[in-house]
Design a protein around this ligand. Structure first.
Ligand SMILES: Nc1ncnc2c1ncn2[C@@H]1O[C@H](COP(=O)(O)OP(=O)(O)OP(=O)(O)O)[C@@H](O)[C@H]1O
Ligand SMILES: [Mg+2]
Length: 626
């Protein structure tokens, strides 16, 4: 019993007095272990407990390896565990050390700017200590142990605090990093003493006495089990509270912010076929979104792609602070060459770090690329455990796992009354671009914004290649009062009107494919031209142009009003050639406008030219021409 309580509290490291369990079978990265017998019967095995396998066969240089694994399933005195390393050379009878802890992450100052693997080993640290080829079973502290942080106390001795209450803060890069009372304390605790000064993350900054008269030293860091939502106990205790998202997350991508918005604290997915532009779109969102912290989980992506991001980010500047983009970013990366089990864990590691920063009242964006590879990792493990498979051999709990992850996003009123948000966007890479497969379907049933990429648009180089006829956002409706107040009355209705125009344009286009241009009326032809203009100058956005790459919301509103006028007015064209000519010229001017610095002289000049061109076509349509 004592063991179980310890496992539930990751901060309490139990003394390793337990007799050792042993390996009884090995199958790929799944090992079955058997608990050791004690006088009281078999030792206790706990689901999701971390264990270490100690192979009898020693590693290079006679080093005793310790291979990290996590218990997935307990059956009596045996348990199946997934090993986060290669199991080469692991044999029956090898000793197993039980940690008494659930798979956890270290939380504290120093997370920002780090690049971790799925188990929060800093990749740079690993490489420095062990070269490019990492030996098995090496773990490195997730946070710098030596760096000193200047701690300012917000609480004082004799104060009563509860889990998650702010005890003080340190400055981490451009952020105020709140140091919170341990998230696992129950009820009220009393601050015995608290001290200010320069400390590393392990040095004591305070001592508290819990309800059951236990004294606990508090340092700048604490641990939390990744598979359990961090604010769960805080919400149950009523000190933190979930709120409804009530404003959009501005990404400065016109197609998203205007047409398919994502709420701050909302959930979105980007499914798309191979090479359609998922990663580029996610990178754009991570760069330009108005948030404090970005956590990128690169899950099973090709190594080269991840390396590119890691190399690129430190050189890019954060549009909000002007500092390096890496200052607000944490990257968790598992390339497809890393063990499958670590890939499964990486998404939970990422979301727990995100929840931690949200709990400080910050706006956090979590990007997971790709959730399909995460689901595949789950499928492989489930197969090895011989669980009853569901659709396409994915485990039957696929749907609840996907929901469970996205549900951890949201807006949170934290203990001190500040409001933080965690927005989650996941890419999905269905084989052959078939959106009917289980991962896409489960994700679609969970998220509220669906940005479906199309191979056809990518082929035409219509970027971002989000298909406006396929995509949707429930937030356009849900946040309509924000748009009414901050943009203009009737905003959502106007956007829907534009989506409707795109649909009509597409029908005309299809008709033209059959009948040719001659087979359709002038009116239909103009509808098609209007839809094309909207697509070319508003939906499409040039990621390689320094101005067009990012359109602030104020500019989006102006641009939208202009394009709305151009595509809702009547045109008295005498023939299709005249219509075509007009829209081609208008598209050119509007594109140049997108490239012009907002409200610059060049911009104002283009506006004049657009007005002149617009006024050159009368609105009065003669009845016989309609
Ligand atoms: N917004 C964009 N602007 C210009 N080019 C783009 C854009 N998006 C994608 N591309 C082009 O398409 C290529 C593939 O994009 P990306 O790597 O994002 O696809 P993906 O969907 O992530 O592919 P995979 O399925 O392999 O992960 C890019 O290397 C780039 O050349
Ligand atoms: Mg990709």
């Amino acid at each position: 019993m004592a063991k179980k309580a310890a496992a539930a509290k990751p901060n309490n490291i139990t003394a390793k007095t337990l007799p050792l369990a042993r390996v009884v079978s090995v199958q790929d990265d799944i090992v079955t272990i058997e608990a050791a017998r004690t006088v009281d019967g078999p030792g206790l095995l706990v689901k999701n407990e971390v264990i270490y396998i100690l192979p009898k066969r020693l590693g290079a240089g006679g080093r005793q390896e310790r291979l990290k694994a996590e218990i997935l399933r307990v059956r009596g005195n045996r348990a199946d565990a997934q090993v986060y390393e290669s199991t080469k050379g692991v044999g029956i009878g090898d000793e197993v050390e039980q940690s008494g802890q659930l798979l956890s992450v270290q939380l504290g100052p120093g997370l920002l700017g780090q690049v971790y693997d799925g188990l929060q080993n800093p990749l740079e640290g690993l490489a420095q200590a062990h070269g490019t080829f990492l030996p098995r079973g090496v773990e490195i502290e997730a946070l710098d142990q030596k760096q000193k942080w200047s701690f300012t106390a917000h609480a004082k001795a004799t104060d009563t605090v509860r889990a998650g209450d702010v005890l003080g803060s340190v400055a981490e890069r451009h952020l105020t990093h709140k140091i919170m009372a341990p998230f696992d304390i129950e009820g009220e605790a009393r601050v015995i003493w608290i001290q200010e000064g320069n400390f590393n993350i392990s040095e004591p900054v305070a001592e508290i006495e819990t309800r059951d008269k236990q004294r606990r030293i508090v340092s700048l860091q604490q641990a939390w089990p990744v598979r359990r939502p961090l604010p769960l106990t805080l919400m149950r205790a009523g000190v933190s509270e979930r709120l409804y998202p009530d404003e959009p997350l501005i990404t400065t991508l016109r197609l998203i912010d205007t047409f398919f918005p994502i709420a701050r604290g909302g959930v979105a997915c980007i499914p798309g076929p191979f090479g359609a532009g998922k990663t580029v779109l996610q990178n754009l969102i991570s760069r330009y979104s108005d948030v404090d912290v970005v956590v990128i989980v690169a899950c099973g992506e090709r190594a080269g792609e991840v390396v590119e991001t890691i190399k690129e980010f430190p050189n890019l500047s954060d549009p909000k602070t002007g500092g390096s983009l890496m200052d607000r970013t944490v990257i968790i990366c598992n390339t497809s060459s890393m063990p499958v089990a670590a890939r499964e864990a990486s998404i939970y590691t990422g979301i727990t770090l995100s929840e931690y920063y949200r709990q400080m009242g910050l706006d956090v964006l979590l990007l997971a690329d790709s959730t399909s590879r995460w689901a595949q990792a789950m499928r492989e493990t489930s197969g090895r455990l011989e669980e009853i498979p569901g659709e396409e051999a994915f485990p039957a709990y696929l749907d609840s796992s996907i929901k469970g992850v996205y549900e951890r996003a949201g807006v949170m009123r934290t203990n001190d009354g500040s409001v933080g948000s965690l927005t989650m966007i996941g890419t999905v890479s269905p084989a052959g671009g078939n959106f009917e497969e289980p991962v896409t379907q489960s994700t679609l049933a969970t998220v509220k914004t669906f940005l479906g990429l199309s191979a056809d648009r990518a082929y035409k180089r219509f970027y971002p290649s989000v298909d406006p006829l396929l995509s949707w956002s429930r937030y356009l409706e849900q946040l309509s009062s924000w748009y009414e107040q901050n943009l203009r009355p009737g905003w959502s209705a106007r956007v829907n009107e534009m989506i409707e125009l795109l649909n009509r344009g597409s029908s005309v286009y299809q008709m033209m494919q059959v009948t040719g241009e001659e087979g359709i009326t002038l009116n239909d032809f103009v509808t098609y031209q209007k839809a094309t203009l909207l697509d070319m100058v508003y939906l499409q956005q040039d990621a390689y142009d320094p101005v067009d790459v990012s359109t602030p919301i104020v500019r989006q509103q102006t641009a939208f009003d202009l394009v709305y006028h151009l595509v809702t007015r009547d045109y008295a064209f005498s023939d299709k050639a005249g219509a075509q000519d007009h829209f081609t010229r208008m598209t050119g001017l509007m594109k140049n406008l997108n490239y012009a610095v907002f409200n610059s002289a060049g911009y104002k000049d283009l506006i004049k030219q657009i007005e002149t061109l617009d006024q050159s076509v009368s609105e009065i349509i003669l009845p016989e021409k309609a």
